[in-house]
Design a protein around this ligand. Sequence first.
Ligand code: NAP
Length: 490
Amino acid sequence: MAQLDILIVGAGFAGLYQLWNLRKEGYNVKVVEMGSDIGGVWYWNRYPGARVDSEIPQYELSLPEVWEDWEWSERFPGWEEILRYFDHMDQKLDLRKDCLFNMKVVSAEFDSESKTWAIHTQNGRTFHTQYFLLSAGFAAKRHIPEYKGAESFKGLTLHPSYWPHQGINLEDKRIALVGTGPTGVQIAEEAAKISKELVIFQRTPNFALPMTQKYYDKVTPFPKTGYSEHFQNRNHSFCGFSWDFVSRKALSHSPRQQLETFENLWTDGSLRFWLGGYKDLFFDEQTNRDAYNFWRDKTRLRVHDPKKREILIPSVMPYPFGTKRIALEQGYFEIFNQENVELVDLQSTPITHLTETGICTSEKDFEIDILILATGFDLITGSFNQIEIKGTAGELLSDKWSSGISTYLGMCASGFPNMFFQYGPQSPTSFCNGPTCAEAQGNWIKDCLNYMRDKGFSTIEPCAEAEGTWVELVSNLGEASLIPRSRTVS
Ligand code: NAP
């Protein structure tokens, strides 16, 4: 017998919104969370410089009871302020009382007879529930490269998403930072200010864009005019922002108009130069190259050393612009003009091994105190595969997906009844603003469960045919774009 109507895994934006959303419909719902508090990625990612790169008010819930009396202090808030926002959400929506913390879900299986899920945690708890909702985020499993000699390194090794809650003193330390995704860029900016030596290991250049931070206070708060309209618009754009691509192709503009458009997007800051640019940015090679060249010409001026400049901002576009996650930066390129910052191009001089005291490339050895692996995550499927999820035929979800991911709407999978996921594969996850996606997918799931209840149905799962159609649609869309060419451009 089910003890719960719904068990949600994960107490970030998606899980908490869904707790509120489903509880108010009368369902008996609980959240289990691996961490010891709410906050999702912000609970874990407490590294120096961690801040969101969706500008306010994009990155918040659309519920008036939450936004009406909440004031942000920065256009791009840092992790401490975001955690205070989670506290505020809890005060308004009474969330913590239905969350169980320090519970890592390790396995789950569906019982066809009782039509319920049994969900097991590492500390020995089992929950029986009619519906199983995975809202664990797309970045729950860390990617940690395996280096020869890693076990001999006597310094401190850190992955940013496990940043110790008591903090780490980087002052006067010799630091190696591997990875130049959004996390690596943010850490580099902070570490460069205080470290004795900072060596940044780059595998692929990040086409980082200026953040254009702004500050607000009680005297000049962020104006809340048009909030409702803003949240409405957020639901109808490509990336879940209230702004969208320019509604025309680049070629329909003269070169002068194109330049004006690029300049305007650039001045606005945020991710707009990327996700609010010409609508054919991801489809037309020339449009894509023009955007890169504009970024390159602006950015190259900021790095003095020609060798470093070419590694960071190559004269020839190394892969299509925007097909990898672009970071927002605040002075990232200038740090390479500092004497304490060194840059290593891993494409020409790969890391060979670690020693007791340092890190070695094919060209040079570096003595270090701290190794920071900002090497990202086993994105999207990693979060799912770390739980052993067994469906009706006894098949594991990881086995079903081992020869190719297959979902319906990126939210459910055939053979796994009454299971839904948010931020899953084959959904807008990688490009979508978190809270927008949490609400859009959450509301769809809520409507589906209400329909089931109203009609007296007890189980639901997609049929294989519907799943096949969805997979084909997603892969056709991907193939038509420049995204599969993300690594190299001929
Ligand atoms: P990421 O975007 O996956 O970047 C990982 C970096 O590590 C890349 O530069 C990658 O190089 C490099 N790397 C991976 N394996 C490596 C290896 N074996 N050797 C050398 N380099 C290696 O990870 P992230 O920066 O942690 O970001 C993860 C996600 O979190 C992002 O997609 C973003 O959505 C989110 N995020 C958001 C914010 C924000 O809102 N401000 C901040 C941080 C993160 P390659 O490019 O060559 O693979």
